[in-house]
Every structure is written in structure tokens, then in C-alpha cells.
Design a binder for this molecule. Structure first.
Ligand code: ATP
Length: 406
């Protein structure tokens, strides 16, 4: 019996053992699956978080893209803490509301502001960052023009070096001796004789930033614009110091003050007042120097020439024979020429400016190239002189070699 039971029990226990094993295997598999599912879930959760972040970022981007543009204008007057008068970019003047969160001390006439498109309410004050597009100024960190590129102006170079270079490079000399160096100098002379060149050479020598502004750019017709540009110009110069401001055609804003009848005249006078205020407002020993240039010194307002402003006047005339010889030598030095009769060329170029002498050399080079020669001859130079003379008589005095080819 027992052996029978054993006989019959053995397969049963084997069967249950097998079942147990299978169950265990299933259980292990389930455990593995569940672990895999847990891993998958955490991976998906991370994925969701990343996608949510991306969606928020895209939402922000869409919101930003949908934001209506703000109009740029200028404050003209602040009436009270809630209202102001602004001039929008197209020149129309409006009375508008002020954003109450703006700091009142930042709201000064002439300040650049952003305006709501519909209501023109002042939304924010834009910082007075220098905007080259607005200012029309040209800036070069350290121009590559040296004194060697300026021919025939030895005396003028000496004066400019003493007045501008020395105070920038060795201000302690002036402090020790107890004299105040000039803040600026005025270069006077016809166009194309090297005023810009000289100013750039000083900037190169003193490793200063060269900032050039043309007076006519400052003679803006909108109220407050010219004054703001002058302010920006000086603050840029201080920021980039040591720097040299080169104010070309200063007569455009510095002409004698008459009883200005048009609002344009009055605006130009306001710009001049701002320039005078800026000139008076900085220390002569600061690392900013101003070189102004004009070919109409006769019409300049005396206020500009007072001590402490443009103290020194340096005349840069049309070159004399010695100057023309130096210029011809300089401009032909890098050209391939046969032996030139300098004396004749100097005589023939009487009345030429530096720019016209440069243009003559370039023209002679063009003649040689057209003839497929690689050396410039005396005949080329003489023909070039004739051509420049004709252009000079038809188009008036030229200040830039480019103008002759324009
Ligand atoms: P503007 O009054 O029109 O600004 P400018 O007197 O400043 O004229 P520059 O711009 O200095 O004239 O000169 C124009 C070009 O003429 C120079 O780039 C240079 O090629 C040539 N030039 C003028 N003067 C000289 C000079 N003294 N030595 C060498 N080159 C000169």
C-alpha cells in the first residue's frame, strides 16, 4: 500500500515541484517586468518634465514674438508725475501718460524712451547707450595712421603733439609745473589738407580711441536730438578713454549766435550750448581731448575759442612747394615708378590739396595700368596732374581722393 502511495505520490510531488518552479519563474519574470515598468515610468516622467520645460520655453518665445512693438521716442518735457510730452520717432509731439514704476530722476528732457503703440504711454526709459546708427559717429579703437603718413606738416605736428599728446601721455608734467593743458585744439584749413589724418595720427601715438563726429550730423532738426548726441558723444569718449573726439565741420553747429529766427536755428544753438557745457564740464587732465576742424574759422562763435575750450588754433594750409614735395614723395613711395622729376611735379601741382596730390598719384597709376605697364612714368604723372586739374575746375575743391573717382 505504502509502496503504492509512494508510487503514486512521487509523480504528484514531482508535479507540484515543477509547478512551484514554474510559479517561481513566473514570479521572477513578473518582478523583472515590474522593475522594467518602474524604470520605464521614471524615464517617461523625466521625458515629460523635459517636454514641459520645452513647452514653457516655446510658450514664452511665442508670447515674446506676439508682443506688439514699442515705439521709440524722446521725452520733451515732464508735466507732472503722471504726464509728459514726448516726441515720437516720426516727429509728432504728444501729451502722454507715464508708467508709474519709472524712476522720476531718469525722466529728463531728451531721454530716449519706449512708448506703447496704441496709447504712446511711456513704458520704459532706454539707457543712453551710444548708438552709432543714431549718432552718426565713426569710432576706431586705435587708428593705424602714424605721423609718418602725414607729409609736409612738421610744424603743425609739433604743436599738436605738445597740446594733445603730451597731456595724454604725461599729465604729471603739467601737474608738477602747475599749468592746465588745453582741452582741445582747432584745426583750421581748406578741405583735404590732412586735418583728419593728423587727428588720427595723434590717436595712434597716444593709443587712444578716435571718435569722429561731423558737425552737420549734429545739426539735427528735432528738438533735443543734437544736444542728446553731444551728450552721448562725450559720455562715449569718457567710457572709451583715453580718447580723442574729432569734431569735423564744427562750423555747422558753432557758427556765431545770431537772433535765431527759425526753430532750426534755435535748435542748432541749443546743440552748441550743450557742446560748450560738455567742454566746460570735464577736467583738462581727463583722458579725453577734442580736436575740432573747420574751413570757416571766420564764422565761429567766440564762445568756442575762449580759454578752457578750443585754446589753440593750428592752421593747416594748402601745402607749399616743400609740403607738396613731401606729399608726392610719400604717396609715390609705395608705387612702382621710373625716375620722377619732382621739381616739375611740385611746380605743376601748385594749389593742390593733399587729397588732390594723392588723387594725382592714384590717377597716374591707373593710366599705367590701362596701358598694361607696371611702372609709372613722369608722363603718366603729368597727364594725371592735367586730369585732376580739369576735375578740380569742374567740381570745385576736392577733399578726398575718392571724390575724384566718384
Ligand atoms: P576735410 O576738411 O574735408 O575733412 P581733411 O583736411 O580732414 O579734409 P584728410 O581727410 O586728412 O583731409 O585728407 C584726405 C586724404 O588726403 C588723406 O586720406 C590723404 O590720403 C591725403 N592727404 C591730405 N593731406 C595729407 C598730408 N598732409 N599728407 C599726406 N596725405 C595727405
Amino acid at each position: 500500500m505504502s509502496s503504492e502511495a509512494e508510487k503514486s505520490g512521487t509523480p504528484r510531488s514531482k508535479q507540484s515541484e515543477d509547478e512551484l518552479k514554474k510559479l517561481e519563474e513566473d514570479y521572477q519574470k513578473l518582478l523583472e517586468d515590474s522593475q522594467n515598468l518602474i524604470n520605464e515610468r521614471s524615464y517617461l516622467e523625466t521625458e515629460i518634465r523635459t517636454l514641459k520645460k520645452r513647452a514653457t520655453r516655446l510658450d514664452d518665445e511665442v508670447r515674446l514674438l506676439k508682443t506688439p512693438p514699442l515705439i521709440i521716442g524722446h521725452l520733451q518735457d515732464v508735466l507732472d508725475e503722471r504726464t509728459a510730452i514726448v516726441r515720437s520717432s516720426n516727429g509728432t509731439v504728444f501729451q502722454v501718460a507715464l508708467n508709474q514704476r519709472l524712476e522720476p530722476k531718469k525722466l529728463k528732457p531728451g531721454t530716449r524712451v519706449a512708448l506703447n503703440q496704441d496709447t504712446l504711454a511711456v513704458i520704459e526709459v532706454l539707457h543712453e547707450a551710444w548708438d552709432p546708427m543714431v549718432s552718426g559717429a565713426e569710432m576706431v579703437e586705435k587708428p593705424d595712421i602714424t605721423y609718418n603718413s602725414v607729409a609736409g606738416l612738421d610744424e603743425q605736428i609739433t604743436t599738436v603733439r605738445e597740446a594733445i599728446e603730451l597731456p595724454l601721455l604725461e599729465p604729471e608734467l603739467f601737474e608738477k609745473v602747475g599749468i592746465i593743458p588745453p582741452k582741445g585744439i582747432l584745426l583750421v584749413g581748406p578741405p583735404g589738407c590732412g586735418k583728419t589724418l593728423l587727428a588720427k595720427a595723434v590717436a595712434n601715438q597716444t593709443e587712444a580711441t578716435f571718435i569722429r563726429m561731423v558737425g552737420s550730423e549734429l545739426a539735427q532738426k528735432y528738438i533735443g536730438e543734437g544736444g542728446r548726441m553731444v551728450r552721448e558723444l562725450f559720455s562715449l569718449a569718457k567710457e572709451k578713454s583715453p580718447s580723442i573726439i574729432f569734431l569735423d565741420e564744427i562750423d555747422a553747429i558753432g557758427a556765431k549766435r545770431l537772433d535765431g529766427s527759425t526753430s532750426g536755428d534755435r535748435e542748432v544753438q541749443r546743440t552748441l550750448m550743450q557742446l560748450l557745457a560738455e567742454l566746460d564740464g570735464f577736467d583738462a587732465l581727463e583722458n579725453v581731448k577734442i580736436i575740432a576742424a573747420t574751413n570757416r574759422p571766420d564764422i565761429l562763435d567766440d564762445a568756442l575759442l575762449r580759454p578752457g575750450r578750443f585754446d589753440r588754433i593750428v592752421t593747416i594750409p594748402l601745402p607749399d612747394p616743400k609740403g607738396r614735395k613731401a606729399m608726392l614723395a610719400l604717396h609715390t613711395s609705395k608705387m612702382s615708378t621710373s625716375r620722377l622729376q619732382m621739381k616739375t611735379l611740385v611746380e605743376k601741382t601748385e594749389g593742390f590739396s593733399g587729397a588732390e596730390i594723392k588723387a594725382t598719384c592714384v590717377e597716374a597709376g591707373m593710366i599705367a595700368i590701362r596701358d598694361k605697364r607696371n611702372k609709372i612714368s613722369q608722363t603718366d604723372m603729368m597727364e594725371a596732374v592735367e586730369r585732376i586739374m580739369v576735375k578740380k575746375s569742374t567740381s570745385g575743391i576736392t577733399s578726398s581722393p575718392d571724390a575724384l573717382y566718384g
